[in-house]
Design a protein around this ligand. Structure first.
Ligand code: 0WD
Ligand code: CA
Length: 385
């Protein structure tokens, strides 16, 4: 039954029984024991330079320089004259990650304890899913999301399921109608990074430099969520350079900005909504620390606080009706099982488009040779010869 992928996929429905058509997002269904989530291991990294060119190395990795507790950083500085913004209309799909996979295929062959099949062909990856970390973050937060839906395209190639986001119509409209204020506030996060990072170990930040959002350093990690072997990549802001810091991903630091908290209502919203997103994003690749710059309405950082990813779920427990990590992880796990039961064809020209809107079930549709196909010919060719 090789066409249907490896037999280790217990979730696969037999040809006789039709797969379920929808997946519920109701929180109660996912409030059970925390699923197995293996310690994520960094298997590689890559960089995108100022022109968005791919390099299979760490040239864009930056080094954390701890700011003062009340640094008074001006995040507005440089928005007009020292900002090069990535073209968001260019949809890159999984391309950079696929490039990394081709350059590092030898690292992705099966070992027995990773649940690899007995004798994988050379060009089969011993993972079930390949995706961006950001797509998994969206899945983790789905049971609590009330505003934005998502579209995830899935294609199967050589037994591996590739998951790539498709911009929703609503997301495209809000992207194209952002206010000038919103555009500027998007810059603030990158400007904060510039105040806290040096390009070289032992270096100093260059707050007079240019912010270029084409530049990125991404880690590639592998892990397992219950029966799902995952390979994903996520952008990493910087690392702790001290010799005492653990190896990657334990040395990585996520940088964030957020509005300063002045009222109990603001604190509650921060716990219920923002910390959920921050936790989900950093928990997935096991990034242990999040350094937050709290800024006022004029974009001045008035305080800096470190959050330990592993302590966030404790921090929010006093909040009534708050989110639960176990609901997030179990939903993600069940969604991946759902994908495995739905995806039947091993053909990069076939896309299973999973769709979700707040207060609805997850549904899907199937598209052959459509605008949704996303695995590039150069990748398919290399993986199938
Ligand atoms: O084209 C697309 N639809 C996407 C491309 C969607 C999501 C990601 N990407 C690519 C980009 O190449 C980017 O370099 O993935 C990379 C980042 O992937 P990720 O780590 O999986 O994404 P996520 O966790 O959502 O975001 C991490 C950081 C963000 O930092 P904050 O602190 O704001 O969460 O990556 C940046 C952003 O700085 N980022 C992006 N950079 C370029 N293009 C994008 C994007 N679309 N989304 C987030
Ligand atoms: Ca960040």
């Amino acid at each position: 039954d090789s066409k249907r992928g490896s037999s280790s996929r217990g979730e696969r429905s037999s040809p006789g029984s039709p797969p379920p058509r929808v997946l519920s997002v109701r929180r109660q269904l996912y409030d059970r024991d925390f699923p197995l989530y293996k310690q994520p291991v960094e298997v590689g990294h890559f960089s995108l330079d100022a022109k968005r060119r791919f390099f299979s190395d760490a040239r864009q990795l930056r080094y954390y320089v701890q700011p003062e507790r009340c640094p008074n950083f001006d995040l507005r500085d440089g928005y007009r004259d020292r900002y090069v913004k990535r073209d968001e209309a260019v949809k890159e799909g999984l391309d950079h990650l696929l490039r990394w996979i081709l350059a590092n295929r030898s690292k992705l062959r099966g070992t027995p304890d990773q649940g690899g099949t007995a004798s994988p062909a050379f060009n089969r990856l011993d993972v079930d899913f390949v995706t961006w970390r950001g797509h998994l973050t969206k899945l983790l937060t789905t049971p609590y999301e009330t505003r934005e839906g998502w579209l995830l395209a899935v294609s199967q190639l050589g037994g591996t399921l590739y998951v790539s986001e498709v911009e929703t119509e609503a997301a495209r409209q809000s992207r194209e109608s952002r206010t000038e204020r919103h555009e500027e506030m998007m810059f603030w996060g990158y400007r904060f990074e510039q105040y806290c990072c040096a390009d070289k170990p032992g270096g100093r930040p260059a707050p007079r430099g240019v912010v270029n959002t084409n530049e990125a350093y991404c880690t590639v990690v592998r892990t397992r969520l219950a029966g799902h072997r995952l390979l994903f990549s996520g952008e990493v802001d910087c690392r702790d350079e001290s010799p005492l810091s653990p190896p990657a991903p334990g040395c990585y630091i996520e940088l964030k900005t957020s509005a300063e908290i002045c009222t109990p209502k603001q604190r509650s919203n921060f716990h219920r909504f923002k910390l959920l997103k921050w936790w989900a994003q950093s928990f997935l690749p096991a990034v242990p620390r999040i350094v937050a710059g709290f800024r006022d309405d004029n974009g001045v950082v008035v305080s800096v606080e470190t959050f330990h990813t592993s302590k966030i779920s404790q921090l929010i427990k006093s909040e009534p009706n708050c989110w639960k990590p176990t609901v997030c992880m179990n939903f993600c796990c069940d969604f991946l099982s759902f994908v495995k039961t739905v995806v039947a064809e091993d053909d990069p020209r076939v896309v299973y488009l999973f769709s979700w809107e707040p207060y609805r079930d997850v549904t899907y549709s199937v598209h052959r040779d459509s605008e949704y196909s996303f695995l590039p010919d150069w990748y398919v060719k290399e993986m199938t010869n």
